[in-house]
Ligand binder design. Structure first.
Ligand code: HEC
Length: 121
């Protein structure tokens, strides 16, 4: 009886001490990894997931603007419209069109890649 009591008591004690701060349990949440923000590792997956449905391949919904190759995307890096569109500054139509804004982390990763020279890496 005493043993059961102690077991229950320590179980309550231990679970109540469980430290479940989200950032410690799920380290990826709340942090944004901008290291290795390369074209192939970070930029392409974001563009493919959010943009190429209109701006890739034979898609016609993107007003003829192609973003699915490095060379095509680089044009919009150089003229500033990639960042203007995803930051939704109002200078050009907000992108992705008719969809939720990219996450702050995705924008940070694209910005980091551009700041590092927008290399084909
Ligand atoms: C639903 C289709 C659609 C999606 C998804 C979409 N776009 Fe667009 N995008 C358009 C259309 C249409 C235009 C032309 C808008 C205009 O000029 O009025 C455009 C224009 C642009 C331009 C050129 C802006 C300018 O005027 O110079 C850029 C840059 C751009 N999009 C980037 C993106 C990026 C980056 C994504 C993904 C994050 C994206 N778009 C997702 C349809 C889309």
């Amino acid at each position: 009886m005493k043993f059961i009591f102690l077991t229950v008591l320590s179980a309550i004690f231990l679970t109540s001490c469980y430290y479940d701060k989200a950032q410690l349990v799920y380290p990826a949440e709340g942090t944004c990894d901008t290291t290795n923000a390369t074209y192939s590792l970070k930029v392409v997956p974001i563009i493919n997931a959010n943009c190429t449905v209109c701006h890739g391949g034979t898609a016609t919904a993107g007003a003829g603007i192609k973003l699915d190759t490095y060379t095509d995307l680089k044009t919009y890096v150089t003229n500033g419209q990639l960042l203007n569109s995803i930051n939704q500054t109002g200078v050009v139509p907000a992108m992705p069109l008719s969809a939720a804004k990219l996450s702050a982390c995705e924008i940070n990763q694209i910005t980091a890649w551009i700041n590092a020279g927008a290399l084909n890496n």
